[in-house]
Design a protein around this ligand. Structure first.
Ligand code: GLN
Length: 475
């Protein structure tokens, strides 16, 4: 029997399903099926004991909002006592010595961490194939990649290994696998969720976010992990007055809205933006057609209007993103020199990670400063301004999540640009610092296709309402 997250939460709260039974059920599924999916790298041996403790709290009426729900965590988020390998040989034997802010919040609400997820090595990739511990398989499209880099997190949700999962998204790593695996995934606004305890891929873009089988689950986990933290300055020092106006740069992360409650309101009479630039970028036109149909249906159901908007420079997003990523990744990985953590990264990593380290080292050289990095920052600014002005005309923007369907596992892709192209729709969102989420919108050739919605920064409630609305119509 599969339940929606809302039903499951309520059944556990009422004592109709115990937390222990819930966790044991998932552990059983992992035991039976993970061999073929390879979504989970490590199972938490204490999960059942933790569930039993949650059951005692539930009985006493003292349990938190995630009581007894099973949560899988991407292997680049620190959990005390569990391996934080980043799916790399470099950190093969590294165990978390503290809880990331998001983990501390989950534990405080009695969520049960049942395991650590597979991922692309150090969150570099788009397919889930760069893990040092083998590729993850797509449970919703057998033989195909699940997308990346939060491949194991999305696949774990799709395979029925957990109720909810955490991923991280630098340029699409939550949304891309959510789309390919047919689940819901959110990339929160930059500064909405504390990154303390996340092994950065690119610290000026990364956000931790939820994956779930439904919008309710994503909203529930968002509500728990969002908010100001003393440990992460990007979640602070912003101005509450700009939240409603959607001003990306100065909006605040200090107050967390009641997402679950707001979810019930739904949306009505909003303005939806779609852009010809995005249509052009879609290499598989069937995907664009499917997304357009879903957007029209949603507009009709909610008495909303669709408007064509201009998003200049989005076609430059990939070129702007990678120089910044290479430079920040190079800098961030200098701590993996083999002395304090694990092995020296250059001696133990895979090809894509090495490409970024060497590329970042080169671009960082003084003589290239104005050529690549500064130009990339300029393009980033233009793209962010494009979003800011588009959001003066529309409330949300709808697009595909990826321009093509996931390839078959093992397909030889020797040109990195072909792999990078998967993120053409997701990267602009990180460059602009706004928020976006993905919800299943249909299938092509039996393969799930996710619809991406973007909203102004710190409008996660509008994002979640939209995803819930689209989810309803595609049921
Ligand atoms: N595929 C993109 C990259 O390789 C995004 C990765 C991510 O979001 N972590 O950089």
């Amino acid at each position: 029997m599969t339940y929606s997250t809302e039903e499951k939460k309520s059944l556990i709260k009422k004592g109709k399903i115990t937390a222990s039974k819930n966790i044991k059920g998932f552990l059983n599924a992992v035991r039976k099926k993970n061999g073929s999916v390879n979504a989970i790298l490590h199972v938490n041996e204490n999960a059942v004991a933790e569930a039993e403790a949650a059951d005692r709290k539930i009985k006493a009426g003292k349990a938190g909002r995630l009581a007894g729900l099973a949560i899988v965590v991407k292997s680049n988020i620190s959990v005390t006592g569990l391996p934080v390998t980043c799916a790399s040989k470099t950190l093969e034997n590294y165990y978390g010595t503290f809880d990331a802010d998001v983990i501390a919040k989950i534990k405080a609400e009695d969520g049960i961490i049942i395991g650590m997820a597979n991922m692309d090595e150090f969150a570099c990739g788009s397919s889930g194939e760069t893990s040092a511990f083998g590729a993850t398989h797509n449970p919703a499209a057998p033989g195909r990649i699940p997308g990346g880099t939060s491949s194991g997190s999305a696949a774990a949700v799709a395979a029925g290994f957990c109720d909810l999962a955490l991923g991280s998204d630098t340029g699409g790593s939550i949304r891309n696998p959510a789309s390919h695996c047919g689940v819901v995934g959110i990339k929160p606004s930059y500064g909405r969720v504390s990154r303390y305890g996340l092994v950065d891929m690119t610290m000026s873009f990364d956000q931790i976010g939820p994956l779930s089988n439904d919008a309710y689950g994503a909203a529930l986990l968002m509500e728990v992990i969002a908010g100001k933290s003393e440990n992460d300055g990007t979640t602070q020092f912003r101005d509450e007055r700009n939240v409603q106006s959607g001003n990306a740069r100065f909006a605040t992360a200090n107050k967390v809205p009641d997402y679950l409650k707001l979810l019930q309101n739904g949306v009505k009479g909003i303005k939806i933006g779609m852009s010809p630039e995005f249509e052009e970028m879609c290499s598989d036109k069937r995907i664009y057609g499917l997304i357009e149909d879903a957007a029209h249906k949603f507009a009709a159901a909610t008495k909303s209007t669709i408007k064509q908007i201009k998003l200049p420079y989005v076609d430059m997003a990939i070129q702007a993103y990678y120089p910044i990523v290479y430079v920040e990744f190079f800098s961030g990985t200098r701590k993996f020199d083999g002395r304090k953590y694990g092995k020296k990264i250059e001696d133990s990593c895979g090809e894509e990670v090495l490409r970024r380290i060497l590329g970042g080292r080169e671009i960082s050289k003084a003589e290239h400063h104005g050529t690549y990095y500064r130009k990339a920052l300029m393009a980033k600014k233009r793209i962010a301004e494009g979003f800011e002005s588009a959001f003066k005309d529309v409330d949300i923007i709808i697009s595909p999540t990826t321009p093509m369907l996931p390839h078959r596992i093992g397909t030889k892709i020797s040109d990195p640009m072909v792999m990078y192209a998967y993120d053409a729709y997701t990267i602009p969102v990180n460059l602009a610092g706004v928020c976006a989420g993905v919800v299943p919108a249909g299938k092509i050739d039996g393969i799930p296709v996710g619809l991406q919605t973007m909203t102004p920064a710190f409008r996660e409630e509008l994002l979640l309402q939209t995803l819930a609305g689209i989810e309803k119509q595609s049921l």
